[in-house]
Design a protein around this ligand. Structure first.
Ligand SMILES: *Cc1c(COP(=O)(O)O)cnc(C)c1O
Length: 873
């Protein structure tokens, strides 16, 4: 029998243990739990301070070259700083761990390698140190509290034949009830035990790790071993949601889930819980509560056994990207005995685990999950070759699984019918329904996934009122609780090593072609938009233009130079994909535009009044000034009386007369209201305005709604809601089906795909001001100096480090305006560190100069041209 003690296990993640404020929250939660019942005891399971595990990994990577000393200092400094704010003494508390770390790193630098055994010991120090500090802090308020070593409480299950890495780095533990442990703790006076997540001991008494995200799993094992009454996982988000809130801000908090649903959601890509942590609590029927440390009063998500009387219900829409589909045409062999066994044996021989399977008479399709497989190109190639011995195999990379998750999804298929309409225009590679009836999944192109999730979510939950299952939306909650995560999901965080390598060759713009292609696909997926043109002034890099051309995008040019550039790259480009919009240009530019067959936009009366002969028998678009501008800065507001662009509405009658006299047909109307606009209704307002101008021009069939589509520039900014843009244009189109709608964005297609990399040259402190100098400045990127534009800047070399200084980021140009970033928070920088300036794919290199005779940063392209099967247009 177990003792009468009742345990509650609380787990706090990295950001939840990294400041005094958070430790005060921990303390008050612990005190509350103790007050709830007299025989109550609390176990607190903690992660390492945020960023410390990454730093320790850097130590492991660099120690073999003996380049770890600075990292050790950073690690010590992080802990000392927290200790100081907590009022505890780091030196005495962390003496053992810091010494161990130094010795292990020294050992690794001598033997020039880090074995899995040592790897585990080094990483374990993060949790050991955070709990030493936290336990000392808690002990001052609660005398009956103690620090405990998790390695004495959790025992790894021995797998003698497993590879060493698995045994030391991603071990599993026994989740059985441990009465010996319970008795041992009961005999102790401590009502509060503070211990580490992520680590355990093996039979030999060595340290092992439970794999990344293993702290949740540790806490679940401890809850199981203690027969806890409840497990609470405290994190920095309010719970699990009906969709990924970063993609769908209207996602709803899920207040109640059963174990199976939560497991399904965690496995299908929700990142709040580690999928492995559910099994132990499920087995012992321990309720799991997800709670939010920055906002401790919220209820969060409760995961428990299924409430009785709960009917079928879809709870969430999820998407998992990076999936590879392999379809195998069976060439009539399907009736052959053992065909499937042979095929699957090939996967097994390559160590690949299959996720989803669908079979038909002529084809077997499977998916490979990136989380479960190391999908290197060489592995895929070998697999492909081997499969081709048995059948005709096709590998499609870059797919996503979009899933509806909930109970008895099958029984409500008919209700789902309207929602499934969104798949009408999609190529679905594979569809599957889990045997457990907990999900219905569709495999589609990655570029479509986000849009599909948004639409499905809107259809399924758009009208859902709050009830026992569905709580407030992320939008509503985020106003109050969410920390701003600066570009956490940006592509460049994942490709850091490659970028650091590039920066070794000096300042560079790096462009990711896959991101360019993905943005193009997002725009091309807007049903209401008939043509998309890229305003090439934003970035005329040939690789970028080729990528866009392959996605069916046309080009908008503003000078003969740009027209020639496009024609040279694409000699056979269809005339309907080249748009020429000169402004205050000389006569011969219009002549050239017509000569090369471009669609020409006229934005003034002067050409018609002065040179009517060149317009004889031609067709043009007319740029109209809608009378009010939008945009992020005075210089980029391109409409309104103070702007030099466009014909004002009251001159349209006169323009119509001149056009008639010159035998010129106006077939399109155009307006471009500004740049960096993130308000979804902007383009439909332009459409409505242009439609009204149509009364003067009966031949109009095209409305070019301009560009200006903005992208988030600061952490926490909402992205432009393309679905909302499309919906409003769709509504316009329903009333005017005879009109084609065009967009001509520059920034939106390329901005986020490009970053500027520059190394730190010099540091300076003047009074309270820190200056961080980098090797290039306004000669490479003039937007901050010219418009006061904001570009996020991070120290890529020290990506895991918390900010410490507020600095001016300046270049080497002899101008006091040569500033790339003003008052930015950065970790303390050193000469040679690489700073990354985000959102530089548009108006960066294109506006650069050789001012001071300093060459602007060079351009480097990541990825290669991929042609979609159906570029459209
Ligand atoms: C610059 C420009 C664009 C592109 O603007 P973005 O803000 O980069 O989308 C589109 N149309 C015209 C006429 C332009 O001058």
């Amino acid at each position: 029998m177990t003792t009468s003690t009742s345990w509650v296990v609380l787990k706090f993640g990295g950001t939840s243990v990294s400041s005094r404020e958070r430790w005060e929250t921990i303390l008050s939660v612990v005190q509350e739990r103790l007050a709830e019942a007299p025989d109550r005891r609390v176990m607190v399971v903690c992660s390492a301070l945020s960023g410390v595990t990454n730093l320790l990994e850097d130590v492991i990577a660099r120690a073999p070259q003996a380049k770890h000393h600075e990292l050790l200092e950073q690690i010590e400094a992080r802990h000392t700083e927290l200790a100081d704010t907590l009022g505890v003494d780091a030196t005495s508390l962390l003496e053992d761990e810091l010494l161990t770390l130094e010795r292990l790193a020294l050992g690794a630098s001598l033997v020039k390698e880090v074995s899995p055994r040592i790897h585990a010991q080094i990483l374990a120090l993060g949790e050991l140190m955070s709990t030493r500090l936290g336990a000392a802090f808690v002990a001052r308020a609660i005398r009956e509290s103690a620090w405990a070593d998790a390695r004495t409480m959790l025992r790894a299950t021995e797998e003698p034949n497993a590879p060493l890495r698995r045994r030391y780095i991603s071990a599993a533990c026994d989740a059985g009830v441990d009465e010996v442990l319970q008795a041992r703790l009961a005999a102790d006076a401590a009502r509060v035990v503070i211990t580490q997540g992520f680590i355990a001991g093996n039979d030999a008494g060595e340290t092992v790790l439970l794999g990344r995200g293993g702290s949740d799993t540790s806490a679940a094992y401890l809850a199981a071993r203690l027969s806890a009454e409840r497990l609470e996982i405290w994190t920095d988000v309010p719970g699990m949601f009906s969709a990924n809130p970063r993609q769908v801000p209207t996602a709803r908090l899920l207040r109640r889930l059963d174990y199976a649903e939560a497991q399904e959601l965690a496995t299908m890509g929700a990142k709040v819980l580690h999928p492995r942590c559910l099994a132990p609590v499920r087995e012992h029927h321990i309720p799991l509560h997800i709670r939010c440390t920055p906002s401790p009063d919220q209820d969060g998500t409760v995961i428990a056994a299924q409430a009785t009387g709960q009917g079928p219900q879809v709870k969430a829409v999820s998407a998992k990207s990076g999936v590879t589909v392999i379809s195998m045409e069976t060439l009539g062999m399907w009736q052959q005995v053992g065909f499937l066994a042979d095929v699957f044996a090939v996967f097994k021989s390559h160590g690949l685990s299959i996720d989803m399977v669908a079979t038909s008479e002529a084809e077997v399709s499977v998916t490979l999950d990136p989380m479960a497989n190391a999908l290197e190109p060489a592995t895929l190639e070998r697999l492909h070759a081997d499969l081709n011995g048995l059948c005709r195999a096709r590998v499609v990379e870059g797919c996503a699984v979009v899933s509806l998750v909930g109970r008895q999804v099958r029984s409500i298929l008919s209700q789902l019918a309207p929602a499934l309409k969104v798949f009408e225009e999609q190529q679905i590679y594979l569809m599957s329904q889990s045997a457990s009836d907990l999900n219905l999944s569709f495999v589609v192109d990655e570029a479509q996934a986000e849009r599909l999730v948004g639409k499905l979510h809107q259809l399924l939950f758009g009208e859902q009122g709050p009830d026992q299952v569905f709580g407030a939306s992320w939008e509503e909650l985020s106003g109050r609780v969410l920390p701003q995560l600066p570009f956490e999901d940006a592509w460049w965080r994942k490709r850091r090593d490659e970028l650091l390598k590039i920066a070794e060759g000096g300042a560079a713009y790096a462009y990711n072609l896959d991101e360019v292609a993905a943005q193009a696909d997002r725009l091309r997926a807007m049903g209401a938009v008939d043509r998309v043109f890229f305003a090439i002034k934003a970035n005329p890099n040939p690789e970028i233009l080729r990528t866009l051309e392959a996605r069916g995008v046309g080009f908008e040019c503003v000078s003969p130079g740009e027209v020639e550039h496009v024609r040279k790259l694409f000699p056979t480009l269809a005339p309907g994909r080249l748009l020429f919009t000169p402004n205050f240009a000389p006569r011969e530019e219009y002549v050239l535009g017509f000569e090369v067959g471009a669609m020409v936009t006229l934005d003034n009366l002067h050409p018609l009044e002065a040179w009517p002969e060149i317009f004889e028998g031609q067709e043009v678009l007319v740029r109209v000034d809608p009378g009010q501008g939008a945009g992020h800065h005075r210089y980029v507001r391109t409409a309104g009386p103070k702007s030099k662009f466009g014909v004002s509405a009251d001159e349209l009658t006169r323009l119509a007369e001149l056009a008639a006299a010159a035998n010129l047909k106006v077939v399109g109307l155009h307006a471009h209201v500004g740049s960096g606009v993130r308000r979804a209704g902007t383009w439909s307002s332009t459409a409505v305005f242009l439609e009204q101008c149509r009364e003067f021009f009966p031949d109009v069939r095209w409305l070019n709604l301009g560009g200006g589509l903005g992208v988030p520039e600061r952490a926490g900014q909402q992205a432009l809601d393309l679905q909302a843009v499309n919906a409003s244009l769709e509504a316009f189109k329903a009333a005017h089906p005879e009109l084609e709608l065009w967009l001509e964005p520059g920034r939106f297609l390329v901005s986020e795909a490009g970053v500027l990399l520059a190394r730190v040259t010099q540091l300076k402190t003047k009074g309270a001001y820190h200056y961080v100098g980098v090797e290039t400045g306004m000669n490479t990127l003039i937007r901050p100096a010219l418009y006061g534009a904001y570009h996020a800047i991070v120290n890529l070399t020290r990506h895991a480090q918390e900010p410490e200084i507020e600095a001016e980021i300046v270049g080497p140009i002899c101008e006091s305006g040569d500033v790339l970033g003003h008052a930015r928070w950065l970790p303390t920088c050193a000469e040679g560190d690489v700073l990354l300036v985000a959102n530089c794919g548009s108006y960066g290199r294109a506006m650069s100069s050789r001012y001071n005779l300093r060459k602007p940063a060079r351009e480097v392209v990541l990825g290669e041209l991929k042609r979609p099967s159906n570029p459209g247009q």
